[in-house]
Design a protein around this ligand. Sequence first.
Ligand code: UDP
Length: 121
Amino acid sequence: MLYAARILGRPLGGRVTGVDFAQRLMARMAAEGGRLFRMGAKPCVAERAAANLAERYPGLTVCGARDGYFTDDGPVVEAIRAAEADVVFVCLGSPKQELWMAKNGPASGAHLMVGLGGALD
Ligand code: UDP
């Protein structure tokens, strides 16, 4: 990320963790709009994260969510597409999430997928 930002002529000035990035992005989406789909973590964690995020980012549109323990990708991809998600947080741990995004990203119709590991926890 640091090298990519430098190549693009907008250096970041330091390490940016997934959690920091996600928090800044959610604050901005809450203020400016955009539809967020959350995917990953254990069912109980995903539920608590949903409640906490709703409290912390009141204007944020969460258009859907799935825990990270499914066996069939198809229904999840379809749910993301049907929800017309702009941004998807993919929290399956590395490298599972990167492989999942490479395989399923294009079919989901989302504009941005971000692999965030254990960020929901
Ligand atoms: N996880 C998941 N589905 C899986 C495997 C892992 O949803 O099949 C979740 C797990 O519950 C945890 C996250 O992925 O929330 C992985 O967190 P970890 O801290 O291990 O990932 P890292 O940030 O180190 O990549």
